[in-house]
Design a protein around this ligand. Sequence first.
Ligand code: SF4
Length: 409
Amino acid sequence: MISINSTPKTIIPVTELEQSAFCQTEGNLRTKTLEQEFQSGVRWQKVPTRYLKMTPEQVEAGIRYARKEIGTKAVVLGHHYQRDDVIQFADFRGDSYLLSKEAAAAKEAKWIIFCGVHFMAETADLLSDDDQNVILPNMAAGCSMADMAATDDVEDAWDDLMDVLGEGSDGMAEIIPITYMNSTASIKSLCGRNGGLVCTSSNADAAYDWALERGERILFLPDQHLGRNTGLAKGIPADDMVVWNPFKPMGGLKESEIRDSKVILWQGHCSVHTRFTVRQIEDARRDDPDVNVVVHPECVREVVDAADYYGSTEFIRKTVEGAPAGSSWGIGTEINMVNRLRDDNPDKRIFCLDPVVCPCATMYRIHPAYVLWVLEGIMAGVGINVVQVDSETKRHALVALERMLEVGG
Ligand code: SF4
């Protein structure tokens, strides 16, 4: 097999400005030709010119043909936040961890095409067999949150924290690193090497328990909001949680603030979930006093406090799907997922709390034409955009993932 565009050299970091590139004032998420979508102002991975002008119908027909030809040698995974024109081809839909487990279980598939973002493809590579190849259709589909915890910055921060705190004694570490699944493999590896673990938004609570049984405090990466919301839910006072700013010496913190803290939150966030506001919730309740509000824990603390429920993508899906007919739901998560929930549950009133239609700009870069490109590569015996984590990083990252499985949740 010939493999081109393997990681890491083709990763394209996502900027905050690019996150709003696909925001729209009306619900028009219809797929256009790749050439038209290239005009959005974000960076896309270069693709052979013949894919640029193909109509959505031509692309769809091409994907159907390729999938038939390749058969069970390829499995297509689709994250809930993918656009409909991509998700229709997914063999499995889910959140990032669920999909990685599907990838590991799909032993027959030599090719795992991950329609999600880069860290998800890395996780699938960590969990899949050596003879399976994980493909990310567009290498520009990163994640702005994961990019906010650059490896060098986190390594430097960890060294600074060790200098201030030391390694601990009597079997208790001074600090345990926890990284959210939405982080690069190298950050997962750093956690594995330093007595820490990975968590998802479903088991962050259990990960805190695990860490605080073994250490005095936690370094939580890279999403400060999930870290803070989890700490507050566990009864950790807000004042005991400090934010590490990677752009300032010593994270912008005094040594005493580090020593007095229970949780050190990395200054990262999700550009999609921080769009939700308390005002949007108040507006939804004014319009419909019976509305139920459910939001993702990557939202800011005030929004989580104001909501009726909060939880992971899978929690939101199950909560809304299990709700009685006729109920009304204002949802604080990615628009493609909300629209799909609305279409799949016509007996309920379902709407996105944010009136501006703003898909995750990195997920949105998985245009169907990229899916066709990588599928046609497979038919020609060429692995395009194969994501491979190096063996040393993999070894330690797997330790952090195994600890996550140990805590369950
Ligand atoms: S929704 Fe947020 S955390 Fe998820 S991929 Fe998009 S930017 Fe990253």
